[in-house]
Design a protein around this ligand. Structure first.
Ligand SMILES: Cc1cc2nc3c(=O)[nH]c(=O)nc-3n(C[C@H](O)[C@H](O)[C@H](O)COP(=O)(O)OP(=O)(O)OC[C@H]3O[C@@H](n4cnc5c(N)ncnc54)[C@H](O)[C@@H]3O)c2cc1C
Length: 379
């Protein structure tokens, strides 16, 4: 039954996935009376933040301007770990591999140079000697950065929500926001259960962002992705401690992967998989032989010792902006509304710092972080 909800909250966060759980936490940490609304369970497997692991790395081929945000992101993940007593971040070292003139290798080296990051450049032979799971052709190189590793995304969401609730935040699952309205410096948000009122709102709806902010229609585009876990033929090469996470820019596409952790199997994905633009409410969550075939190409060629039977596959969603940089900004018409979206397949590692930025933007109208390259006005 619909009920009115008379309390005027300080802030409502729409979407409690990766970014939203962190935003609820950072708003609560700053003393705001905050409500997080999530359409599914917390966590769930229908959006962008499931599948056991997400890479975090300091050397950032996408743009060196991400590095200061990454430094803060590492600090915040460590702080959340101490606060919750949970292990959320596992350091493995990381590789950005490809031809020496590829965007991945050049970009990674550029961010290392500008931000004085510890790194080594390995040729294919020395890479195979040190990390025998890797079998790169001799014309490729890899930038090794020791601070890289992976996060446990489902646990990160649970940790943020748990820590936020301890600070007094309220989080409601199974409650989809189907309409919002901004007026006179306030916001009202409607779900099937109630209408909620707040001074501020943050929309962290991931692949659903354009359903709540029509201005994002061609700027936050959902895309189907698939992950596979295979049984290694030489498990000792792919165990934690023997295998760094990687990003690999090769003629077949850009692959990324992880050591065996949490569930059995060596995990691999390919950026932009089959380039399928989708409606997140109608996406095919099944995984098919065509999906496996595409991922097997990379495994067979570059990780032949991991080419055993498939143990699991999962579909997931990217939300891409045209330049593949995030959208972090206030709403163009309503300054009491902020948004974080279009994290373009590389956002999870930033959840904590994005949560902090969202709290700054709605509570203060500004943030100490340089977010010029993430503003909506750049389009
Ligand atoms: C296969 C794959 C691999 C990736 N690998 C990496 C990686 O290695 N490293 C990395 O840093 N990043 C990676 N990413 C990207 C990263 O996972 C995403 O950028 C990040 O998870 C996005 O988080 P989000 O909060 O925007 O979206 P989500 O976590 O999907 O959260 C959005 C939430 O909003 C909810 N919602 C939407 N609309 C409504 C509504 N109307 N009412 C209520 N709730 C609503 C949704 O149900 C959802 O829970 C990967 C992504 C995928 C798909």
């Amino acid at each position: 039954m619909r009920q009115g909800h008379r309390v005027l909250l300080d802030a409502i966060v729409v979407g409690v996935g990766g970014m939203g759980s962190a935003t609820v936490y950072h708003l609560a940490r700053r003393g705001a009376k905050v409500l997080g609304l999530e359409q599914f369970d917390i966590p769930h497997e229908m959006g962008s933040s499931h599948g056991v692991s997400r890479i975090i790395r300091l050397a950032y081929a996408e743009h060196p301007n991400y590095v200061p945000l990454l430094r803060r992101a590492y600090e915040l993940w460590r702080a959340l770990e101490s606060q919750t007593g949970e292990r959320l971040l596992i350091i493995t070292g990381g590789l950005d591999a490809g031809a020496p003139d590829s965007a991945t290798v050049k970009g990674s080296l550029k961010s290392c140079a500008i931000h004085h990051l510890a790194h080594e450049v390995l040729d294919a032979a020395s890479l195979a000697q040190r990390f025998p799971g890797y079998r790169l052709p001799s014309d490729l190189v890899a930038v090794y950065q020791p601070d890289a590793g992976f996060l446990l995304p489902e646990r990160c969401i649970v940790a943020h929500v748990g820590a936020a609730r301890k600070l007094g935040a309220e989080v409601r699952a199974g409650e989809r926001v189907f309409r919002w309205h901004a007026d006179g410096g306030q916001v009202s948000v409607e779900t099937k259960r109630a209408t909620y009122h707040a001074r501020k709102m943050v929309i962290t709806a991931g692949p659903w962002a354009q359903t709540l902010i029509p201005e994002l229609k061609d700027l936050a585009v959902p895309e189907r992705q698939v992950l596979i876990w295979t049984q290694p033929l030489r498990p000792e090469y792919f165990r934690l401690g023997a295998f760094p996470v990687f990003n690999m820019d090769v003629p077949e596409g850009r692959f990324y992967g992880f050591p065996v952790y949490g569930v059995p199997g060596f995990k691999v994905g390919k950026y932009h998989h089959r380039c399928e633009r989708v409606d997140p409410d109608r996406m095919d969550h099944g995984c098919h032989p065509e999906d496996e075939a595409l991922l097997r190409v990379g495994i067979r060629r570059y990780f032949p010792d991991a080419d055993g039977p498939a143990l699991d596959m999962k579909a997931c969603l990217f939300t891409n902006s045209p330049d593949e940089h995030f959208i972090l900004d206030l709403h163009p018409e309503y300054p009491q509304v902020a948004m974080a979206s279009a994290c373009s397949g590389h956002g999870f590692k930033f959840c904590g710092v994005v949560g902090e930025i969202m709290a700054d933007l709605v509570l203060d109208g500004r943030t100490r972080f340089d977010i010029d390259m993430f503003r909506l006005t750049r389009f």
